[in-house]
Design a protein around this ligand. Structure first.
Ligand code: DNO
Length: 354
């Protein structure tokens, strides 16, 4: 397991110098942020990013994410052009020796929350989601009412996209995902990149938009869509864990055992009701997920890819990008590192005594 941290590039207030002071974190997860989505990433730009990260003593272990154009998810006539651009970016990543590309296939919106500063009992703030609150949001005049998305789309763009997806069923989305992977995976294989799909967050449809990467059956179908070791998963415990039917340690064992988990996001959530949850601190006792059980499962399948603490709360008065402050993510990294060391050592001592 390579303990890693997400870094949003030179403008991230959580600088590489700060991340460097978290013991044990040696990997950085980042992306190119100054190119419009759909534009291919040139080799040189990826090389410069890698150099910047390496100069601070880290290794660039994964790209999160290369955006997938809506035209690809919609299966529009122009999709091949966007797929070619995506392949070119994968090539630049692979030729720079970066082993993992994370992406997602969620229509229009990526992650979705209804509150970005939900007050927890201890006075810290976290992201939360309430499906009834979401249902009250009116998108007819744009995304203003959507926490985190208000600036992402104009009213016209959003209306166009929501209308376009009305014609797309979940089965259509699977067909479009297969078409995409059939073209991208061979390029990834050629340049030594592992593709890692991020599950839908939360793992159910929102605003009537189709969502497909929601549970174990979906992951099973995904890995068979294109049967290659380069076609894998970014297993996010917090995304899938928002649905209590999802057994995360079992998924880690199943898909980690197949060698198809290429990237791990570890985060805890507290289920507050039907389709209602808040994010919490990482330890098992803080939320509904057994984080020890999850880390143990990664250990048992000898997971050796990048693993990062996911969203943190805002604590100690820190302000910043929701979910991506320094303090609570650093606490999460230390908790994960502690679990990993304890599991490794008890494993070694058991082996010695038998
Ligand atoms: C949210 C993240 C997601 C993730 C993408 C991957 O904090 O987990 O935005 O990066 O879905 O493509």
């Amino acid at each position: 397991m390579k303990l890693s941290f997400r870094w949003y590039g030179a403008n991230d207030p959580v600088s590489l110098d700060k991340i460097r002071q978290i013991p044990v974190v040696k990997g950085i997860v980042s992306a190119i942020y100054d190119l419009p989505p759909g534009e291919p990433w040139p080799f040189d730009k990826v090389q410069a990013l890698k150099k910047e990260v390496e100069e601070k003593g880290f290794s660039l272990v994964a790209i999160e994410s290369i955006p997938v154009a809506e035209e690809i998810k919609l299966g529009s006539p122009s999709r091949d052009r966007y797929i070619d651009a995506f392949c070119e970016s994968v090539r630049s990543v692979g030729e720079n020796g970066i082993p993992v590309v994370c992406y997602n296939f969620m229509p229009v919106f990526d992650w979705m929350r209804t509150n970005l500063s939900f007050r927890l009992e201890d006075g810290s703030y976290a992201l939360s989601y309430d499906h009834d609150e979401l249902a009250k949001i009116d998108l007819s005049s744009g995304a203003q009412g959507l926490p985190g998305w208000s600036a992402a789309y104009s009213a016209g763009e959003l209306r166009y996209l929501l209308d376009a997806y009305r014609e797309i069923s979940e089965e259509d989305l699977w067909v479009n995902l297969k078409y995409f992977l059939e073209r991208v995976v061979p390029v990834a294989e050629e340049v030594g990149v592992k593709m890692a799909i991020h599950p839908d967050d939360p793992p159910w449809p929102i605003f009537g938009l189709p969502r497909v990467i929601k549970d174990e059956a979906a992951l099973e179908r995904l890995v068979k869509l294109v049967d290659s070791p380069s076609n894998g998963i970014a297993l996010c415990s917090g995304s899938l864990g928002a649905d209590p039917k999802n057994d995360i340690p079992a998924m880690v064992r199943r898909f980690g055992g197949l060698g198809r988990i290429h990237f791990a996001h570890v985060r805890n959530v507290k289920i507050l009701g039907e389709r209602r949850f808040c994010e919490t601190a990482h330890p098992s006792c803080a939320g509904s997920l057994d984080i020890y059980g999850i880390i143990k499962a990664y250990h048992d399948v000898s997971f050796n890819g990048p693993l990062r603490p996911d969203h943190g709360r805002m604590i100690w008065g820190e302000e910043g990008k929701p979910g991506y402050g320094l303090c609570d993510r650093a606490l999460g990294a230390m908790y994960i590192a502690g679990l990993w060391e304890a599991i490794s050592k008890s494993h070694t001592s058991k082996c010695k005594s038998t």
